[in-house]
Ligand binder design. Structure first.
Ligand code: ATR
Length: 277
């Protein structure tokens, strides 16, 4: 029987996951199907029931998107270390009656930056804006990439300090406010991991963090030149990118985890890329 996979979220109409996994399956000749499921928001336990029904019908794995990443994490029997730190799952695998939770958002982002954009983080000064779920997922892979300095700025300073304290043993990690950035000089790479771009807003980041030889990365994708990318461009930054590569790379990680074969990503990224301007 054809192995079944799905992405679950709400809303789910915008998802690119079936297209991405369909292209991966075709390229790697995997006998699998991949559908989109609009998960129920209520009652409280309806999400878990939907996942269990999918498993009962022969489901082998799921990608999970907003707003279900925490619920997917909570219902798992096993969790990877990066899913633990994120407190969230973006991929589930169903094996031998057990639910295993993973979080590939951070490794997907890192791979896009280091491999596709050719910006190795080792020895670099890296600034991350935001301290929400997306940043929690990225933290361990980023630390493992050994930047010279990893600074995380957030409006809510207590939140970023608490996050940094959770991985306190792992230096060099600094949590701060946006105001603190004025005195910190410029960074080789600035990543906007806040949700500000979704509402067309700009995180209060000073232009002094940018340097023309550096790069700026926007986690949101398909939103063209967001206020953050515009600020970076106006500061002379040459290398600007949005999150389309991250989207495809996290999908490739999940695909490899489920199927044991790693798909090529370049052609899929090119197909989904929306020009920035
Ligand atoms: P996600 O899962 O996308 O990371 P989240 O967990 O809700 O979403 O986190 C949203 C992040 O965007 C937070 O870091 C939030 O900052 P606060 O913790 O200070 O609220 C940040 N954010 C949202 N809107 C913002 C804005 N207009 N300017 C700056 N930061 C913003």
């Amino acid at each position: 029987m054809t192995d079944q996979y799905a992405v679950i979220g709400n809303p789910i109409g915008h998802t690119k996951s079936p297209l991405i996994h369909g292209l991966f399956a075709e390229a790697t000749q995997q006998d699998m199907s991949y559908m989109a499921i609009e998960g129920p928001l209520e009652p409280q336990d309806a999400f878990a029931a939907t996942v269990r029904a999918f498993i009962a019908a022969g489901g082998k794995g799921m990608n999970v998107t907003a707003p279900f990443k925490l619920k997917a994490f909570a219902m798992a029997d096993e969790r990877s270390e990066r899913a633990e730190l994120a407190g969230a799952a973006n991929a589930l695998s169903f094996r031998d009656g057990r639910i295993i939770a993973e979080n590939f958002d951070g490794v997907g982002l890192l791979r896009d930056i280091e491999v596709n954009l050719n910006l190795p983080m080792a020895g670099k000064r890296v600034l991350v804006l935001g301290a929400g779920g997306a940043v929690r997922g990225a933290l361990l892979p980023f630390i493992a990439a050994q930047p010279a300095e990893l600074v995380i700025a957030n409006r809510d300073v207590r939140k970023v300090k608490a996050l940094v304290a959770e991985v306190a043993a792992q230096r060099p990690l600094i949590g701060c406010s946006y105001g603190d950035l004025d005195a910190m000089g410029s960074f080789d790479l600035v990543i906007n991991a806040t949700s500000a771009s979704l509402t067309g807003e700009l995180p209060p980041v000073p232009p002094s963090v940018f340097v023309p030889t550096g790069a700026a990365y926007e986690l949101a994708y398909g939103k063209r030149l967001t206020p953050f990318l515009r600020l970076a461009r106006n500061a002379g930054v040459q290398g600007i990118a949005d999150g389309v590569g991250m989207l495809v790379e996290q999908a490739a990680e999940a695909f490899a985890w489920w199927r044991g074969v790693r798909p090529q990503t370049r052609a899929v990224i090119d197909r989904l890329t929306v020009p920035l301007d």
